[in-house]
Design a protein around this ligand. Structure first.
Ligand code: GDD
Length: 421
């Protein structure tokens, strides 16, 4: 029996995803037409003998319940959301809810970071864990991928013993170069790992009671990377499974455009029925149109466009490399490029909403998305995709370029390189 846990954090996390995470938990933001973590769920349901998916975070239950209900209906599987009483870190929630994870006696459980996107090779990884575990007595397999030297520093860095695929050395976000092999935030654990978590947890409690006025916040939190993986390095109990498939973090709205393209591309391979296929409207490359969206036959969409539920795409519009969320309206002859149009927004006629692509450097092998800061050293907005928050109105005949518009704004003129508060 196998289970899977998806870590989704909570409201204090996901700040780099603003303004898109202001009205909606980031894990529910639609990429390629489906909420970010639905892509995780779709990968998990393929795993043989998977009996349950637990979504773990500190968002309020009411923020997640509708989504979870829909997922249960759709996949006919036990899918639950468990809420941490405070941010418990990447392993604290696993430990706190250990009985929920252990019940039914799973042989293994997957843990997936909710803020990554990938062509998740979960079945291959499980086979790897099962075969190598017999030889090594391993209690965890980490998924790893190659990054560039410079980018590796923002990830957990791995040194692997190539002879037996064990984790030799692990440093979380090192300050100097360690290795270009990085942690993807996707793991398989055997339940024995809870013993190790218990040791770390109990030591923290002892420390807490031995120190006067100990902080109650850090007392409960546990960190998978520093407190579990690092001590396992060099013991032979952690294995490294390297993937060559597509994988990326999904921290920023720019990364959502990138993920949108890749997930659409995977649909082309595996779920072609999900992609639009017509002459009217004209479809270029991979495009997802929600069945309830209303797209005029004269519109030209693609490549890499997702149109959400009940959106209206009017006469003569052109949309490329963008996500248009539910209930939005793009009116006659408007153009949308490298942008995210928040739910319930409206772009007037003959307007242009345009961002700058921020893809990984195609000339550098293994380059990942740069999580560039919002502002550069001169305090100016770094060129990036244009984002309209929810419920934004853009008048006719204006240009909004490289800008971020907060939710519920009614613009009256053109903007270039600005955050509109
Ligand atoms: N339930 C819960 N509770 N989830 C959490 C919490 C928490 O308190 N804190 C973070 N998470 C979730 C986040 O939502 C995210 O999906 C995942 O755990 C990791 O979050 P971060 O703590 O922001 O770490 P990171 O993304 O900077 O780095 C991690 O992922 C990288 C790959 O994307 C590390 O595991 C790195 O080693 C790894 O390379």
């Amino acid at each position: 029996l196998v289970k899977a846990v998806i870590l989704i954090g909570g409201n204090q996390k996901g700040t780099r995803f603003r303004p898109l995470s202001l009205d909606l938990p980031k894990p529910l933001f639609a990429v390629a037409g489906f909420p970010i973590i639905q892509h995780h769920i779709e990968a998990c349901v393929q795993i043989p003998f998977l009996k349950e998916i637990i979504i773990l975070g500190y968002y309020g239950v009411n923020e997640m319940s509708q989504f979870v209900g829909e997922m249960v209906q759709l996949y006919k599987l036990n899918i639950r959301y468990l809420q941490e009483f405070e941010p418990l870190g990447t392993a604290g929630g696993l430990y706190h809810f250990r009985d929920q994870i252990r019940c039914g006696n799973p042989d293994y459980f997957f843990v997936l970071n909710g803020d990554v996107c990938a062509d998740f090779p979960l079945i291959e990884m499980l086979e790897f864990h099962q075969t190598h575990r017999e030889k090594q007595q391993a209690i965890v397999t980490l998924m790893a991928t190659e990054a560039t030297r410079q980018q590796s520093l923002i990830y957990g860095c791995i040194i692997e013993n190539k002879e037996n695929n064990t984790l030799e050395h692990y440093v979380e976000k090192p300050s100097t170069f360690i290795s270009t092999l990085v942690n993807c935030g996707v793991y398989i654990f055997s339940p024995e790992v809870f013993h190790q978590m218990a040791n770390v947890f109990n030591k923290k409690q002892m420390d807490f009671y031995n120190v006067e006025n100990g902080s109650s916040v850090e007392r409960e939190a546990l960190y998978l990377e520093k407190e579990i993986l690092m001590p396992l390095a060099g013991t032979g109990k952690a294995l490294v499974y390297q993937t060559l498939k597509w994988w990326s973090q999904l921290k920023t709205p720019g990364a959502a455009i990138y993920a949108n393209r890749h997930y659409l591309n995977l649909f082309r391979e595996r779920r072609p029925e999900r992609l639009a296929n017509s002459d009217q409207p004209t479809i270029i490359g991979d495009v997802y149109i929600h069945p309830t969206a209303n797209v005029h036959p004269t519109a030209v969409l693609g490549p890499n466009v997702s149109i959400g539920a009940h959106a209206t795409i009017s006469y003569g519009t052109r949309i490329k490399e963008s996500i248009v969320l539910a209930h939005s309206r793009v009116l006659d002859h408007s153009l949308v490029l490298y942008s995210i149009i928040g739910a319930n927004s409206e772009i007037g006629c003959w307007s242009r909403v345009e961002g700058t692509p921020c893809d990984p450097n195609p000339d550098k092998p293994f380059a990942k998305m740069e999580n560039a800061p919002l502002f550069n050293d001169e305090g100016r907005l770094n060129p990036s995709i244009t984002i309209l928050g929810n419920n934004v109105t853009i008048p006719s005949e204006v240009i909004v370029r490289n800008s971020i518009v907060l939710p519920h704004k009614e613009l009256t003129r053109s903007y270039n390189n600005e955050i509109i508060l």
